[in-house]
Design a protein around this ligand. Structure first.
Ligand code: G6P
Length: 612
């Protein structure tokens, strides 16, 4: 969480930094701040969003061709102006921005307090800036050396940028655990939490590795050192990201744009992998590990949030198709519960951002026990993509709305391809059935397109339910994870309490909640144990619950029971999540808009959760 951006070069830094902060605002938005350097160091910061910072700064001196900026998601200390970054050192000679958590900040803080340092904020970050200044003074070293020495005392995660008054042509940046990318232009450098702030200026990037420090000086080549003082040669890569991919393109919100992008993003996630002509599936990124997967005694999927829901669909799919036992684990639980893991296990980490701290820790754990770890990530070059042995990119394009939409369907599409690939190679599925599923998968983007045409109808349903306080989402089989994901979408962006449940489990608790005020959303498509779901609908109906149902086109049985039906095209049972999720995304979106919620940046959330 938290977004950081920095610039040095011939341009005025302020516009570059503000634009960059807007791009990174999905990472946190409870306060923002900026630091500009020429004759002196100027810091402007305030509570609220980047636009609040712009209002606050209006009319003030923002000149300078070197600067850094930060948008915060609070971990330590409430979101207010004092806790906002950048933070000054005691003598106000150094300023620092930070994304991550300093775990031993209490110890460092009390040592620094004993040495006379006065803390003005409640953040963990402030210890870093005082510590660096303390080392500079006591050891008489340059700022980059002080940063290096300081980082050897730090436990935790960080992406930091430091500006020093007495080095007006230098940026020091370092990372461990939190992401950081450097952009290299002609005579100018950029630093950011992801590549979006720098795409219009350069496509030459360097992804900083853990425990590396970048020393960026005007007019000089980029230097990289480790915190153990070893020099590294920067590895410059080409960025594959375009400006229109990260703009709203005429849509009112990123979330809506991303929902509408799904026919293309699902297609892109399968492009070059699903071969109808040859009747097979290839996944180039994991080719070297195919044998390991085919021999796996079990597969463990680890992820958080929406990606965990995709993992659950993956469990059903892979067991169904490939007959390998699959377990799905919340990364945050898995990493701390001493799981049984060994060299025969294949662990699949799923992550849109590729930066989720808990998932990264789960990967480290799995690797330390000798398991093969594969990644399914959306962000190319992200930490998870690099930490795993091999992996498959989802290629959904940048997802900016905090609530995940197109990343989910792309993850499910990739998991489907993986299940099919294993099944074909292991011979666990008759070829005729395999080919049928392949054809069906190929037709999914067009079917999603048809579902998007139901937008007006879904908006009408949203009008009726926008003021409810609670809601229940129920599904069975492949539609159970869809119910979980539908409920998560609603609560994330509209702040309506929503619970996802396996439909039959309703009898063991949630049924007590049902009365005439309770909307219950059933995913009741005509495949799998459809008749059983109808019985569950009857049970809700008997208790006067309001029923909204996602049904297969032409369905009559549910129509007679439900208050509202949303009809989606028929498909193979295992592919239904790719379709049934779409109306639920639209329903949540419209309800949130009608409730005047900030759809793209819901309160308290952040898109990239780089703290545990
Ligand atoms: C946050 C986001 C969710 C996302 C989850 C996991 O909570 O708001 O949308 O599903 O993190 O993130 P990942 O990037 O690992 O998929």
């Amino acid at each position: 969480m938290c977004g950081i951006v920095a610039y040095i070069g011939p341009r005025e830094a302020y516009p570059v930094l503000i634009k960059g902060l807007h791009r990174l605002e999905y990472r946190g938005y409870d306060s923002a701040g900026i630091c500009l350097l020429n004759d002196d160091i100027r810091i402007f910061k305030c509570k609220g969003k980047v636009s609040d910072l712009e209002d606050y700064v209006a009319g003030k001196n923002t000149s300078g061709t070197i600067g850094m900026a930060h948008t915060r998601w609070a971990t330590h200390g409430e979101p207010n102006t004092i806790n906002a970054h950048p933070h000054f050192s005691q003598n106000r000679t150094i300023a620092l921005i930070h994304n991550g958590i300093i775990e031993n900040y209490m110890v460092l803080r009390s040592e620094l307090k004993n040495r006379g340092y006065i803390f003005t904020s409640e953040t963990d970050t402030e210890v870093l800036v005082h510590l660096i200044e303390d080392i500079m003074i006591s050891e008489q070293v340059a700022v980059e050396d002080a940063v290096r020495i300081a980082l050897n005392q730090v436990i935790g995660a960080y992406a930091i940028v430091i500006l020093a008054r007495d080095s007006p042509d230098k940026i020091i940046a370092a990372r461990k655990g939190s992401p950081m990318v450097l952009g290299i232009g002609k005579g100018e450098f950029f630093v950011a939490s992801d590549a979006t702030p720098l795409i219009e200026y350069t496509d030459n990037v360097v992804y900083l590795n853990d425990e590396e420090i970048a020393i960026i000086e005007r007019g000089k080549d980029l230097k990289i050192k480790t915190i153990r003082n070893q020099s590294h040669t920067p590895y410059i890569q080409k960025l594959a990201l375009s400006l229109n991919e990260i703009e709203k393109g005429g849509f009112e919100h990123f979330m809506l744009k991303e929902i509408y992008e799904q026919p293309r993003s699902i297609f892109d996630s399968m492009r070059g992998r699903l071969h109808i002509d040859q009747g097979n599936v290839t996944l180039g990124g994991i080719r070297d590990y195919e044998q390991k997967i085919l021999n796996a005694k079990r597969i463990i999927i680890t992820a958080c949030g929406t990606s965990w829901h995709a993992g659950l669909v993956g469990e059903y799919l892979i067991e169904d198709l490939a007959r390998i036992p699959v377990e799905v684990e919340y990364s945050s639980e898995f990493r701390y519960r001493n799981p049984v893991l060994n060299e025969d296990d294949v662990v699949i980490a799923i992550s849109q951002s590729g930066e989720t701290a808990d998932t990264l820790a789960a990967i480290d754990l799995a690797k330390s026990k000798g398991a093969t770890v594969l990644g399914i990530c959306n962000v190319v070059g992200s930490s998870i993509a690099r930490a795993t042995h091999a992996g498959v990119y989802t290629h959904a394009g940048p997802e900016i709305g905090v609530a995940s939409t197109k990343a989910f369907t792309a993850q499910v599409a990739v998991l489907t391809l993986l299940g099919l690939l294993i099944a074909q190679k292991k011979g666990t599925i008759p070829n005729s059935r395999f080919q049928k599923i392949l054809l069906e998968l190929d037709s999914i983007p067009a079917k999603v397109e048809r579902i998007l045409q139901l937008n007006d109808k879904i908006r009408d349903i949203a009008t009726i339910y926008k003021d409810v306080k609670n809601s229940l989402y129920l599904g069975r089989g492949y539609n159970f994870p869809v119910a979980l994901e539908g409920a998560l979408k609603l609560k994330e962006i509209s702040y309506i309490h929503a619970e996802g449940y396996p439909a039959a489990e309703m009898k063991h608790g949630p049924i007590a909640l049902i009365d005439e005020h309770m909307p219950v959303l059933f995913i009741a498509t005509r495949r799998g144990i459809y008749e059983k779901v109808i019985s569950n609908i009857e049970e809700v109906k008997a208790r006067k619950g309001k029923i909204i149902a996602i049904v297969t086109e032409g369905d009559e049985s549910v129509k007679n029971l439900a208050d509202h039906c949303i009809e989606i095209p028929d498909t193979e049972e295992m592919l239904i999540p790719l379709l049934a999720t779409i109306p639920l995304q639209l329903l949540s979106y419209h309800i949130a808009v009608m409730r005047n919620c900030n759809v793209d940046q819901p309160r308290n959330l952040a898109k990239s959760v780089t703290v545990e």
